[in-house]
Ligand binder design. Structure first.
Ligand code: KG4
Ligand code: ZN
Length: 333
């Protein structure tokens, strides 16, 4: 058996996945969350995140081997996230993965975290498509060519979509991590209760902006502390979803594209998935468990490099906490 291991420790999840080197199918995807560690602080504490990755990465790997029925001898390549992310957290997974590759004499590939998110949607053979990456750190709309090259069309000018979910969740007093908690609460609310102004209405470009909406929610809660939280959550969620899907639909028309790939943690959002489903576009999504940070997507992103003639990365490659999308080819060397 020929298998690849992928590692992601870019933030607060220790992710180790194992995929088939031949067809990229996911055989194990272990994600150890740190919610209890960071919950009391209302956000990720970087130093604690690094320490926990260090404590738990061996266990995550052992579980992934067991879950996939693999032995060390089945592994033919190792991939890890190089950036962007928290530097201490990145260093743990990257160093660990390089150590495994060195000890076993395996090829190693450093991966740009956002390439991992795109790969999670199993994009091989999709052809030219729009691609939205919406996570806690990024909101990026791209045109992705069939060969994987990608040109940015727009991005968030301020908060990322996931970040807005997290901040509004916090304002509503919801537990960390906020995005999924807000989405659950919103299911019980009326999305028409509070008609928030759509962000960047009337723009001709393809950018996003969520901090004005976040402020509108905060102002509402200040003026009316009794406002039903479920209604506020549902109205906020609808406004974000409409902004994302509206901009995607407009870009699809303008560029004559009929397919959209949507990836990143926010792609787990049920209302977003529903709205995309009625957009008239062919929609390519990761399964929800692969939408949020995980190691399997990193192995998926590196499969061609680890199994083909392209050179894999040097073991000298360092963590890169700030790694813009435009520099992602540098992530590979
Ligand atoms: O991609 P990801 O796991 O980590 C980053 O690379 O940032 O994305 C995490 C983000 C968080 O902001 C989280 O609140 C958001 O994705 N998220 C969601 C949902 N699940 C995760 N936002 C809305 N609805 C969800 N169901
Ligand atoms: Zn991510």
């Amino acid at each position: 058996m020929r298998r690849l291991v992928g590692v992601d420790t870019s933030c607060d999840d220790t992710g180790v996945g194992i995929v088939d080197a031949g067809d990229g199918s996911v055989l194990a995807n272990v994600v150890l969350h740190q919610h209890e560690t960071h919950g009391p602080f209302g956000g990720v504490v970087p130093e604690r995140a690094s320490r926990e990755h260090l404590d738990r990465i061996d266990d995550a790997f052992a579980r992934a081997l067991q879950e996939s029925g693999s032995t060390l001898g089945d592994l033919v390549g190792v991939a890890a996230t190089r950036g962007p992310g928290l530097v201490g957290a990145l260093l743990v997974g990257l160093s660990w993965a390089k150590g495994l590759a060195f000890a076993r004499g395996l090829p190693f590939a450093a991966v740009h975290h956002l390439d991992g998110h795109v790969a999670s949607a199993a994009v091989d053979g999709i052809g030219r498509a729009l691609c939205l990456i919406a996570s806690g750190g990024h909101t990026l709309l791209l045109i992705r060519e069939a060969d994987g090259a990608a040109r940015p069309l727009g991005a968030s000018r301020d908060d990322a979509a996931g970040e807005a979910f997290d901040k509004v969740a916090r304002a509503l007093g919801l537990p960390f991590p906020g995005g999924p908690a807000l989405a659950r609460l919103a299911q019980e609310g009326d999305p028409d209760a509070f008609p928030f102004t759509p962000p960047l209405r009337g723009q001709s470009g393809y950018d996003f902006s969520f901090s004005g909406l976040k402020t509108a929610v905060a102002t509402l809660l200040e003026r009316d502390p009794e406002a039903p939280a479920a209604d506020v959550a549902a109205s906020f969620e609808r406004t974000v979803v409409r902004s994302l899907v509206g901009t995607i639909a407009r870009a699809a028309r303008d560029f004559g594209l009929d397919t959209v790939i949507v990836a990143g943690g926010v792609a787990a959002n049920v209302r977003l998935r529903e709205a995309l489903g009625t957009s008239g576009l062919r929609v390519v999504l990761p399964p929800p468990r692969l939408a949020t940070d995980n190691g399997a997507m990193i192995a998926m992103a590196a499969r061609a490099r680890l199994t083909g003639p392209e050179p894999a990365s040097d073991l000298e490659v360092d963590a890169a906490p700030y790694l813009p999308w435009a520099a992602r080819s540098e992530a590979t060397t």
